[in-house]
Design a binder for this molecule. Structure first.
Ligand code: SF4
Ligand code: SF4
Length: 392
């Protein structure tokens, strides 16, 4: 494992962090993954109040295996749930409780989208609150995770003496949201940058179109698309930690193996040239910008929003029939509990929570048009009638 210096605190952080949002739901498997990550030198664990039972699972595992003092915990204030200043303590205390700890090493304002949101928090006294928590030793470093435009990122960055920040960044998103400009500005200010979505929720690994994977394979046939994606990030000295939502041992082994050679400047001109061409093939297939973060879930009408979008993108990246098969499964087309786009009641709840600003309602209509052609609907209605499962 390679380590990079957090220039603000002096901490030595593993270049690979465990993004706990995608931890396996099976507790034993999640514990095994957390322990294995520690054994392989990972010392940065990122979770959030909004990630279901994630904080509890991480906290319990760190306590059970006496790992708390060997790692840094990052978690987040759920701004989407805060209605006033009293909520800061309410959520924070609950997080300490869930994580079974007396301090948070890296505490983030979760999903800042623009300066206006930060200013609203300031009007509620967040700066004084942060100062108090820091002086009590309950918060060690304060930062923010960001989803918004580059210009807003730069404004937020300048609005407070942050200890670190977290941005969505990968070779496809080089100029999306904070992008490379935001990365370099933060680094120039001495603010460590934690990277999320390094492989776009797996789209840049398993979801890469065949032509893209072939372009990579032509130059280094022993490098997987994940390795390419991660090295692109670690090649940049401004990147401090890359969070990967690993949920299987094989992924952990592969990524920690890649992290051994995670040196700034490890890629040359030939590799950079390939990224340009892979980007083009990927752009042609990545029709809906969904990263499968599930912030929009659960949908009150039971639509499997990320599942429908994943199938739609797969139908372009891998092939129509593969996409259709994924759609049948993800949308529960012949199951007792359907979860397809036809159930959408257009309430708009999902759109308010989507960090990628996806027009979910319209996009679901596009999914339906592509993956539910007339002949398909007819066939499914017949199958459902025969199985006695009601109308599609
Ligand atoms: S707009 Fe449709 S998909 Fe989105 S939460 Fe409402 S019902 Fe679900
Ligand atoms: S639609 Fe948006 S919020 Fe929902 S999973 Fe995709 S990226 Fe996340």
């Amino acid at each position: 494992m390679q380590y990079r210096k957090d220039t603000k605190s002096g901490n030595s952080l593993s270049v690979l962090g465990l993004g706990c949002m995608r931890l396996p739901s099976d507790i034993k498997k999640a514990e095994a993954l957390i322990c294995a990550a520690c054994e392989k030198g990972v010392n940065y664990f990122d979770t959030a109040y909004l990630y279901g039972k994630n904080e509890e699972v991480l906290g319990a595992a760190l306590e059970k295996f006496a790992l708390r003092d060997k790692v840094f915990i990052a978690t987040k204030l759920p701004l989407a749930l805060c209605r006033g200043p009293a909520d800061f303590d309410r959520f924070f205390d609950k997080e300490l409780d869930r994580l079974r700890t007396d301090r948070i090493d890296y505490y983030l304002m979760h999903m800042i989208t623009d300066l206006g949101l930060w200013e609203k928090l300031c009007s509620w006294g967040i700066e004084e609150w942060i100062q108090k928590k820091k002086s009590e030793g309950k918060i060690r470093g304060i930062g923010f995770s960001f989803h918004g435009t580059r210009d807003e990122f730069l404004k937020v960055l300048d609005a407070y003496p942050w200890d670190f920040c977290q941005i969505q960044y990968n070779y496809y998103d080089e100029n999306y949201q904070a992008g490379v400009t935001g990365l370099k500005r933060a680094a120039a200010k001495g603010i460590p940058v934690i990277v999320m979505e390094p492989l776009l929720g797996g789209k840049l690994s398993s979801g890469l179109p065949r032509e893209g994977a072939a372009l990579f394979g032509k130059l280094h046939d022993d490098w997987s698309p994940s390795k390419w994606g991660l090295l692109w990030l670690w090649n940049q000295e401004e990147v401090t930690v890359v969070l990967s939502g690993m949920n299987e041992m094989a992924q952990l082994s592969e990524n920690t193996g890649t992290a051994e050679s995670a040196f700034a400047g490890c890629l040359g001109g030939a590799e950079q040239e390939v990224f340009g061409r892979v980007r083009e093939t990927f752009a042609a297939s990545y029709k809906i910008r969904c990263t499968a973060c599930s912030y929009c879930m659960p949908c009150p009408a039971n639509v499997n929003i990320p599942g429908c979008f994943a199938a739609y993108n797969t139908s372009y990246a891998i092939g129509y029939i593969t996409g259709l098969k994924a759609y049948m499964m993800n949308a529960g087309v012949i199951s007792d509990k359907m979860s397809g786009p036809s159930l959408c009641a257009a309430c708009g709840r999902c759109e308010r929570h989507c960090p990628q600003n996806i027009p979910v309602i319209e996009s679901l209509k596009a999914v339906r048009r592509r993956l539910e052609p007339f002949w398909f609907r007819l066939g499914i209605s017949l199958v459902r009638t025969v199985l006695g499962k009601g109308r599609a």
